[in-house]
Design a protein around this ligand. Structure first.
Ligand SMILES: Cc1cc2nc3c(=O)[nH]c(=O)nc-3n(C[C@H](O)[C@H](O)[C@H](O)COP(=O)(O)OP(=O)(O)OC[C@H]3O[C@@H](n4cnc5c(N)ncnc54)[C@H](O)[C@@H]3O)c2cc1C
Length: 455
């Protein structure tokens, strides 16, 4: 294999790699013959299991990382690993969620790179990108639009001759300092002939875009949990909750996801599930007084302000009293000890609650084990300014060629206004990867490791 230095040197021009035939989206689902054909074709191009970069995760951040690598370094090879290649969390779980950001953000993502524009142009119209173009760019939209766009780009990238898609989960990663290569172990989705096996891939540069999932904290009372992803989908919620029995669902939290969950539960209680009741636990009388928790407009923000009376919108009395029939508001005190006591009492009072849905933030998805010769995750710190992993406190572990992006590893924005603000959203993670990638490639070539947080 040509070295990273050799392959990437002088390849900084951007250019769209033309497609010989338009990708056929409907046949590109993992497992389909076209998927396998794309994989076989691509694997022939890569030298066995060696590549110039390995990207883990195929959500918005992973798509951005692969797109930028292919765009900026057209002669490099990328191994790309994901369990399903269906747009990450947005495609898998949030299709029914109204977006937080305006539709224009998703269109900007879809058209940010020549390779993305080439992929979209090759798909017959109307397609996911032209449908985004038809939306008001300043208004929020259903995340299904973003999911379809991500799927279109993902399908195009997995057919690209420089990309080797691998269906599976990265379980281990370790760097050999003499070969300067990372060895990444992948557990494929399907074992061959029921024999468990592991595949290995090698590259000098690895980008982790592994995403997050809802955080679950210990509850002060024994109550069944309802997954946040279920509450974010009116269809799944309606299927799970019985129509003809009393059910009480406790909602904990006051972020955007909590507002969506409350809106969905309220929607069911006022239509098909009249015996459904909600107990909502959130701090302070005005849980949405921090404007950053809700977008300025959109159906969720309007619901939160008008029906739940938050975010300084005043609320209108009729709808608030209607909400009061179905949603009981429990204010959690600021002191953690007292908040726990109020929560406990609120979960057990009057026959208790049937389910709890927790909307108290997100945590990183399980990361691959680091071994051998690389410190464990607990000993490493992620530097949001550079995207590098560095030793935590005074340790001296050198981590070369490993980078993070997306909601698991949100970097900082570049403009003064967004500096030191995390870039976890779809468009922001693309902008971050686009800005940082040349420095990551350069740092890998130079064997740079994190010392001062500067590249
Ligand atoms: C209610 C809600 C509304 C939102 N609205 C918006 C919005 O309007 N606009 C916006 O920009 N953002 C929005 N977001 C945030 C958005 O969903 C995230 O920013 C985005 O999904 C993060 O992308 P990601 O690529 O970092 O991670 P993910 O989308 O989570 O993708 C990670 C991928 O990595 C894979 N993976 C994980 N571990 C491994 C492994 N070991 N091996 C192989 N594959 C692995 C996973 O299977 C997954 O496919 C919203 C989020 C929520 C909860």
């Amino acid at each position: 294999m040509q070295s990273l230095t050799g392959r990437f040197r002088g390849c900084l021009r951007t250019g769209c790699v033309p497609f010989s035939s338009p990708p056929r989206q409907q046949f590109l689902r993992p497992g389909s013959p076209f998927w396998l054909a794309a994989r076989r074709q691509n694997s022939g191009q890569a030298t066995q299991n060696r590549a110039d970069a390995i990207v883990v995760g195929a959500g918005p951040a992973g798509i951005a990382a692969v797109g930028n690598l292919v765009d900026k370094y057209p002669r490099g090879n990328v191994v790309w690993v994901d369990k399903s290649f269906d747009g990450g969390s947005i495609g898998q779980l949030y299709r029914e969620v109204p977006s937080f950001s305006p539709a224009g953000n998703f269109l900007e993502y879809a058209t940010a790179l020549p390779i993305f524009r080439g992929i979209a142009d090759a798909v017959p119209r109307p397609n996911a990108v032209t449908r985004l173009q038809a939306l008001d760019p300043n208004m929020t939209c259903s995340l299904s639009h973003a999911a379809d766009m991500l799927q279109l780009l993902s399908d195009g990238l997995i057919r690209h001759p420089s990309v080797k898609p691998v269906l599976g989960t990265v379980t281990e990663a370790g760097r050999n300092s003499s070969t300067r290569q990372w060895r990444v172990a992948v557990q494929p989705n399907h074992d061959i002939g029921h024999v468990p096996h592991q595949e290995e891939y090698h590259a000098p540069l690895v980008v982790l875009c592994t995403g997050t999932f809802p955080r679950a904290t210990p509850l002060p009372a024994p109550v069944s949990r309802l997954g946040l992803e279920t509450c974010l989908s009116p269809t799944r919620l309606a299927r799970l909750l019985p129509r003809d029995r009393d059910r009480t669902v406790a909602v904990l939290g006051h972020g955007y996801a909590a507002a969506v969950a409350l809106k969905n539960l309220f929607g069911l209680a006022t239509s098909s599930h009249p015996r459904l009741r909600v107990r909502w636990f959130a701090p302070g009388p005005e849980p949405w007084s921090d404007g950053a928790l809700l977008p300025p407009s959109g159906e969720v923000a309007e619901f939160a302000r008008a029906v739940l009376g938050g975010g300084g919108g005043g609320g209108d009395g009729r709808r608030e009293s209607e909400a009061g029939r179905f949603i009981e508001r429990v204010v959690l005190p600021a002191s953690q000890e007292r908040a726990e006591a109020v929560l406990r009492e609120g979960l057990l009072r009057a026959g208790g609650v049937d389910y709890v849905v927790e909307c108290s933030g997100f945590r990183r998805a399980r990361l691959p084990e680091l071994r051998p010769g690389v410190a464990q995750w607990t000993k490493l710190a992620f530097d949001p300014e550079t995207g590098l992993f560095g030793p935590y406190r005074e340790r001296s572990d050198k981590v070369i060629g490993l980078f993070g992006a997306g909601s698991a590893f949100p970097g900082w924005g570049s403009a003064a206004a967004s500096r030191e603000r995390e870039t976890a959203g779809v468009l922001e993670s693309l902008q971050y990867v686009k800005r940082m990638l040349p420095a990551w490639v350069d740092a890998t070539k130079r064997g740079y490791w994190w010392r001062r947080g500067k590249l």
